[in-house]
Design a protein around this ligand. Structure first.
Ligand code: BES
Ligand code: ZN
Length: 454
């Protein structure tokens, strides 16, 4: 019998080739023209899971299906691990900024470049590889596995809570393991213990019946673009504190020990600034950059649309303006409550002469891990075996909406064990995943199963 680690040594090339096949499928969940591709990705993944020896099925939802697979050969006394990931990806545009096409995986400098390489196909597939490393040649896993891969994470997981509720008994588990986050630095294995939530709104501002001549009418008719700019500007005060009344009411502060853990991380402000390419960093007064990213809520404009934006000048007073605005949330903020507070505030401050409509696009709850537990410790040991050093504990500014719901509905703790490296360009052109991370990820997950059973 070969060990799982020896199996990984020998099959690495094939695992990579299979990942590239997965990456070639443009499973862009947000775009209906890719619905068939998204389904193809689900079918492909289910097919691979069956080949590996799991029982796998496609569960329909109102939109993109869930891949549900299981292997229960470890017996009733062994722990059950739920592995979650997503097979959908963000839209690849702007296409012209990709060095190689987003759905033609290309290796440069030991990295595979493709949409979804890091977020999340590479990280889903390393789990499949780790499972195969145990199950090949009639082998066994030391734990039972339930695997859930959804196709709607990048659009806010609108159909996953009903799925988890409906399949609650099938999904019963001792812990949930997710690889959909990153490492704090190359060679620094990382366990993420906090995620922000999200409340995503669209704000429509309507003024006159149609576009107007800005000279004939400007000055007497309220301009919707200016009105929207005022509304957006009123979201923050001069200290980048969010000005929506009641917004901070449910925000739980991190205690001094937790802040000390953040301060101890090797982080250089100037490197971070250089990496994003901004001339200066700024944010809510009284907090460090990492605290702003991980422990504090935000309000961001994600998109703005109004008036004339083509070549040259056009003197127009636009009839309407639109903004996409999202709030990242921290425990214990609730997306619906925040949406309501913002709605009341905007209605109160909206200039007269325009009609403002707010639509809630999606939301997700923030999450923080409970203090130490045996599953977190097992993950830490698995990381140490692969990387030769214990993990650092971090937070993450992004969101994985289902994480808090898994804990709430299934009553099992979630461990976030991700392998993307900083600068992986998730959601941006030239997304990449290091082939070394792919390998180390599968080794870590293979060790994790031993550690969980032991
Ligand atoms: N994998 C990301 C979450 C993430 C982002 C982890 C950055 C680590 C670093 C996930 O797929 C994602 O992008 N989530 C969305 C959720 C939203 C669409 C509800 C996000 O955070 O914007
Ligand atoms: Zn993701």
């Amino acid at each position: 019998m070969t060990t799982p680690q020896a199996y990984i040594d020998r099959q690495l090339q094939r695992f990579q080739a299979e990942l590239f096949d997965f990456l070639r499928i443009p499973s862009v969940s947000a775009r209906s023209e890719h619905d068939a591709d998204t389904r193809r990705a689900a079918d492909w993944l289910a097919g691979r899971l069956r080949a590996v020896g799991l029982q796998a099925e496609i569960v329909e939802t109102a939109r993109h299906p869930v891949v549900l697979a299981q292997w229960r050969g470890a017996g009733r006394d062994a722990p059950t691990v739920l592995v979650y990931g997503h097979y959908d990806v963000q839209p690849p545009d702007p296409l012209e900024l990709w060095t190689s096409p987003p759905f033609e995986p290309t290796v440069r400098d030991g990295r595979v470049f493709a949409r979804g390489a890091a977020d999340d196909k590479g990280q889903v597939y390393l789990h499949v590889a780790a499972l195969e490393a145990y199950l090949a040649n009639g082998g066994r896993l030391p734990v039972n596995i339930v695997l859930v891969a959804e196709g709607e994470e990048e659009i806010g997981s609108p159909n996953l809570v009903p799925f988890v509720e409906r399949y609650r008994e099938r999904l019963a588990c001792n812990c949930v393991v997710i690889s959909d986050t990153g490492m704090f630095a190359p060679d620094l294995p990382t366990i993420v213990r906090a995620l922000r939530g999200l409340a995503y709104l669209e704000i429509q501002v309507e003024g006159p019946r149609g576009d107007l001549h800005s000279g004939t009418y400007g000055g007497a008719v309220v301009n919707p673009a200016t009105a929207l700019a005022r509304i957006i500007a009123a979201m923050h005060d001069e200290n980048w504190h969010i000005a929506v009344p009641g917004f901070y009411g449910d925000v739980r502060d991190w205690d001094e020990n937790e802040r000390a853990v953040i301060r101890a991380l090797p982080f250089t402000e100037s490197e971070f600034r250089a990496q994003v390419g901004s001339s200066a960093l700024d944010g809510e007064a009284g907090y460090s950059t990492l605290e702003r990213l991980w422990t504090r809520p935000t309000c961001e404009v994600n998109g703005l649309l109004s008036g004339y934006t083509g070549e040259g000048a056009k003197t127009v007073l636009p009839a309407r303006a639109m903004a996409k605005v999202s709030f990242r949330l921290v425990p214990d903020q609730d997306p619906a409550r925040v949406g309501q507070l913002v709605r009341e505030y905007v209605n109160r401050i909206a200039p007269k002469g325009v009609r403002v409509t707010i639509t809630e696009l999606h939301g997700g709850r923030p999450w923080r891990a409970a203090a130490e537990g045996p599953y977190l410790q097992a993950a830490a040991r698995a990381l140490e075996r692969t990387f030769g050093r214990p993990p650092v504990y971090t937070g993450e500014g992004g969101s994985i909406p289902i994480v808090g719901e898994f804990e709430r509905i299934l009553g099992a703790p979630v461990v976030l064990l991700g392998f993307a490296l900083p600068g992986a360009n998730m959601h941006a052109p030239d997304e990449w995943f290091a082939l070394e991370s792919f390998e180390k990820g599968m080794r870590t997950i293979a060790y994790l199963y031993e550690e969980l059973a032991g």
